[in-house]
Design a protein. Structure first.
Length: 685
């Protein structure tokens, strides 16, 4: 495996987007100009090809069924930091989990960069936008490929910085500036906890490496944490480390209570929304928890916290999406909700279904966001769904792609969203009926708000806004459906339909499911073994549940439960679509009348439960007042003390100047000689 071309040159995967970003950033303004997308296309495309080669090569190295030690390669590049006993390397850890994540990041990211060319044409700062995109993908690939927590943290902070730059791309708008600052500062809260967790890892284990020089060497944190000879201090540290790390994950992946930055991130260009929501930043928290599973599984309270927070966030965000009217805001709260599903799975012994849903979600959420971008182009920047209707007559192809995306998001049976979300719901229900029922209710709400959006925007009588509410594009674009954009949406639509079958092990000609491939990742393999779990070879049931030792006697009951969950979630999705059809297409007036009948509930949901206002009044404003007090204290008190202290030497100096400085050079010389004589006497005595 070490001889694989993609493994040998894996260091090019993050380096190429960085090179593209440098070229576009430094040469774009003067020379490349409207061709500034080419360096990003070429370099991100190259990274995508290498990532796919790495995935295919690793699949060829994995035997049918699970290996005993997993499949992985550690590539040491150079020693980055060395200070005393602390050492951090620039090194990459390549395993099935890395390969799958890289394909999502670079593959979907490449499609978004290609779409961006038509979307951003004519924009001021065109070169700057593409430079930021390349830098974003560079940071995310570093995060995914890192073999230690310090390098992971570098990529972690890198995607945070790039999100700030891209969300605030239209910096002349106050709303965009505020949204960028909000995203940056909210993530700093989570990242502070994450950094404390990394520090505690080093203090407790003396290393920040995942697996040292390779799995089974017991020199990395993820192996040392599950050995039997851990010290009492290490046991105590393992009680805190998962909570500190999950705080960072909640911030980066927009989970309650640190989710508030993601809806406001819609102020950036629509391709940025697609990139953040589908392939990069928000997936980082899910990836990190799955990668560090051996740090979480021994701590039952930490796992329960992750599952509970994920489940609550899923239904909380879904409820808010019910009464949002901004097209992109609906999709933003949908992302928060779907990430909640992933966290629920990761917290209840289902890392493979969590990553599986991450993969399928990348396709249909990118499809939905980019389709909304086409709508926004055609509507000259309008986003209010109340001002849209019947757009299938204006945007026939976008109508088809949006329908596919909404069907996948809603969980229509046998589309990708159904197949991945169903595994999470089944697994969560198996371990906790309460959380499983909450997710089933959330699945109904998801189907409802997805088709509330679709029926409102594309079905019914044609209604096109006479004047835009606001203009995202300085050039005033009025495109409809450019062929290149439609081709890219078609690729994403294929993924939204068929990506779910990557984890279907028993279809003809398919010898290895995504779940079986991922189970050969040392992180997932050790997590399964630590929890006493098994992952079936050709058994979707065992793979979905990740339950404790599944013997032959229990398989029939588990199979029935899984089948029942599939039927239930499928019926729930159809029910949600039908209710949306009644209230937002067939009887639209009744839908609005229903909202008016319960004004208090509608007002609370439309106000997003006033969480932003609570944060603003309870945290932001008190901190601003404290800042003004500190500034006033510094200006009036501290500066006054310094002025007073400095005034005394000034008076003394002035007095000495008046009495001693009289312009007599002979007197000055005499004083110098007397002073030298006094010094010599003191020295000799």
């Amino acid at each position: 495996m070490h001889d694989l071309f993609a493994v040998k040159y894996s260091w090019l995967i993050p380096l190429l987007p960085l090179i593209g970003a440098v070229i576009s950033g430094f040469l774009g303004a003067r020379w490349l100009k409207e061709r500034s997308h080419w360096p990003i296309w070429i370099t991100v495309g190259g990274s995508a090809v290498l990532s796919l080669m790495l995935l295919v090569g690793m699949m060829g190295q994995v035997p049918h069924g699970r290996g005993l030690e997993g499949v992985s390669v550690t590539r040491h590049i150079y020693t980055w930091i060395e200070a005393g006993s602390f050492s951090a390397e620039v090194g990459f850890f390549l395993d099935p989990l890395t390969a799958v994540m890289l394909c999502v990041v670079t593959g979907v990211g490449f499609l978004i960069t290609m779409f961006s060319k038509g979307y951003m044409v004519g924009e001021e700062g065109y070169f700057r936008f593409f430079a930021y995109l390349g830098l974003f993908i560079f940071a995310m690939t570093v995060l995914v490929m890192a073999d230690n927590f310090v390098l992971l943290y570098l990529g972690w902070e890198g995607v945070g910085l790039c999100s700030y730059l891209l969300i605030g791309y239209y910096y002349e708008r106050p709303s965009a500036r505020e949204a960028a600052k909000k995203a940056f500062l909210v993530n700093r809260i989570g990242d502070f906890g994450f950094s404390l967790g990394i520090m505690l890892i080093f203090v407790a284990f003396g290393t920040v490496s995942y697996f040292g020089r390779g799995p089974n060497t017991n020199t990395g944190v993820l192996e040392m944490a599950i050995t039997t000879n851990v010290t009492p201090f290490q046991v105590s540290a393992l009680g805190w480390i998962p909570f500190l790390l999950m705080l960072g994950a909640f911030g980066k992946s927009a989970q309650f209570p640190l989710y508030v930055w993601l809806p406001d991130a819609m102020e950036g260009p629509t391709p940025v929304s697609a990139l953040i929501h589908a392939a990069t930043m928000v997936t980082a928290g899910v990836y990190m928890i799955v990668r560090c599973g051996t740090l979480f599984i021994p701590n039952g309270l930490a796992l329960l916290t992750i599952a509970a927070v994920g489940t609550f966030t899923a239904i909380f965000a879904a409820v808010i999406a019910l009464r949002q009217f901004d097209l992109k805001k609906v999709l933003a709260y949908s992302t928060i909700s779907q990430l909640g599903f992933m966290f629920a799975g990761a917290g209840l012994f289902a890392p493979v279904p969590a990553i599986f849903h991450l993969v399928t979600h990348a396709f249909f959420k990118a499809l939905l966001f980019l389709s909304s971008g086409v709508v926004m182009h055609a509507m000259m920047g309008e986003l209010d769904m109340r001002k849209m209707s019947g757009l299938k007559r204006v945007l026939p192809w976008t109508n088809r792609f949006m329908l596919i995306g909404c069907l996948a998001l809603a969980g229509l049976p046998f589309l990708s969203g159904f197949l991945s979300k169903d595994e999470i719901i089944a697994n969560v229900y198996f371990h906790s009926k309460l959380l499983g029922m909450v997710l089933l209710v959330t699945a109904f709400l998801t189907a409802y708000y997805s088709f509330r959006l679709y029926f409102r925007v594309f079905q019914g009588p044609l209604m096109v806004p006479a004047a835009p509410a606001h203009e995202e594009h300085g050039g005033g674009h009025h495109h409809h459906e450019p062929a290149t954009m439609m081709m890219l949406l078609a690729v994403l639509a294929l993924g939204a339909v068929f990506a779910g079958y990557l984890n279907w092990p028993d279809w003809p000609g398919h010898h290895q499911s995504l779940g079986e491939f991922l189970s050969n990742s040392p992180s997932i393999l050790l997590s399964h073994e630590l929890a006493g779990l098994t992952y079936g070879h050709n058994n979707l049931i065992a793979g979905a549940f990740g339950a404790e030792e599944i013997d032959k006697e229990r398989l029939p009951s588990l199979a029935r439960l899984h089948t029942n969950m599939m039927v239930a979630s499928g019926l729930i999705a159809l029910m949600g679509i039908y209710v949306a059809y009644l209230l937002h297409l067939k009887y639209r007036e009744r839908g609005e009348e229903l909202a008016r009948r319960f004004p208090r509930i509608s007002r609370v949901v439309e106000a997003k439960f006033w969480v932003d206002e609570v944060y603003q009044g309870g945290i932001v404003e008190p901190l601003r007042r404290l800042g003004r007090v500190c500034t006033g204290t510094d200006n009036q008190v501290v500066d006054g003390i310094i002025w007073a202290v400095g005034f005394v030497p000034q008076i003394i100096g002035f007095s000495l100047k008046v009495t001693t400085q009289r312009g007599s050079l002979q007197g000055y010389a005499l004083l110098m000689l007397l002073a030298i004589a006094a010094i010599l006497v003191i020295v000799f005595l």
